[in-house]
Design a protein around this ligand. Sequence first.
Ligand code: AMP
Ligand code: ZN
Length: 465
Amino acid sequence: MMLKLYNTLTRRIENFEPINPPKVGIYSCGPTVYDYTHIGHLRKYVGDDILRRILEINGYEVKHVMNITDVGHLVSDEDAGEDKMEKGARESGKSVWEAAKFFEDYFWKSVETVNTKRPNIVAKATEHIKEQIKLIHRLEKNGFIYQTTHAIYFDISKFADYSKLSGQKLEEKEIGAREDVFVDKQKKNPQDFALWFFTVGHFKDHTMRWPSPWGEGFPGWHIECSAMSMEYLGDSFDIHTGGIDHIPVHHPNEIAQSEGASGKPFVKYWVHHNFLIVDGEKMSKSKKNFYKIDEIVKKGFDPLALRYLFLTAHWRDKLNFTWKSLEAAQNALDNLREIIRDWDELKIGCAQYEQDFMEALNNDLNTPQALAVLWDMVKSDYPSSAKAKSILEMDKVLGLKLEEYLGKKIEVPAEVQKLVNQREQARKSGDFKKSDELRKKIKKLGYGIEDTPEGPRIKATSSHS
Ligand code: AMP
Ligand code: ZN
């Protein structure tokens, strides 16, 4: 069974054939740590995690590298305006270094709640200044750079294949230069991008700064990803991921820098995750339509219900976030947990379902289809001992921590059992007001009741339901 994956570079679903099997190198564009991580970001990092787990379950040895952007990412893509880190520090009343640490910690806390595996290597831009300077040197030797008063730029007119990823002609490329932000008038082409900014003029007060052969300053955003991915994965590697917002600018810039320096193909498969949206618009800080994981938890949801919700959509489709959809995901997950609590010990698995499950995932990471297979199996007549073995296998990819529920029948405290018995009495005698009140009391203690023909069934509940 071969893994098939959509590649933005070729605009096709392709057979996945790594450069150096069984090794697979993945580089994921990570967060800019100037503000809180929101659940839109989490969709992207869960997407990366699913991809990694699918590669692993296929037997590949994955080396997953992710960057932390803590310098040089300017507010506008056209290398204008101020560094997001300086802005974040100003707005949060912290120093740039404190802000970077604070928001990075928040990022890790957030991604851990949705059970993503830590990348094997986490690379911070500020800890790889030497590597970035080395790469700019290689580009200088190959004739791709020029210098203005404010910065060193990559001259994209010298790189013939600039449009191969985005498919956009240069003249179609949006130039969003706004009047309220700084624009370097000495740039040759508006789309040229900065590799190194000098701490002069517009950037004279920039806090983070390092010496370089061209003058004191700080690196541009794009160069960090080329420098660090090539440092840890080599000049050519297998998979590069990011959000679809990186298709027009950030990733073409990475390709230009890396291939301009090495003369070799940079990345074989480009994976771009679609967005989490709200009312038709991307969830983002600037639109103020975002939620943080704390807000999800405060409303009584389990972060893993959010992970479940992400799994219900294909990674290349938009996913519209609503509280109703999160509630449906929480209910589905609660249901699944309840069902598997009663399952017997593991024996031999359900081969056919496991195969269908893998087929769905290997078909361009089709997680909604994989979930459908899981539910078909759960509802099937197979012995629960067989289903138990298979569901744990499936959960290696889904990451819903089902092992914490499998076969763990709930021990109902005597106090709760007493209330359940009283409620049953009340119900039988037609006192529905009292029975409702008792149900509420039981819920407060963390339990739910389902009335079945065999009598009341007690469930552990999450507090939102
Ligand atoms: P940022 O820190 O804003 O640069 O975003 C980090 C990553 O999260 C990028 O790859 C973005 O594409 C991705 N991202 C940001 N907002 C969303 C969203 N609403 N849905 C999915 N991914 C997002
Ligand atoms: Zn990047």
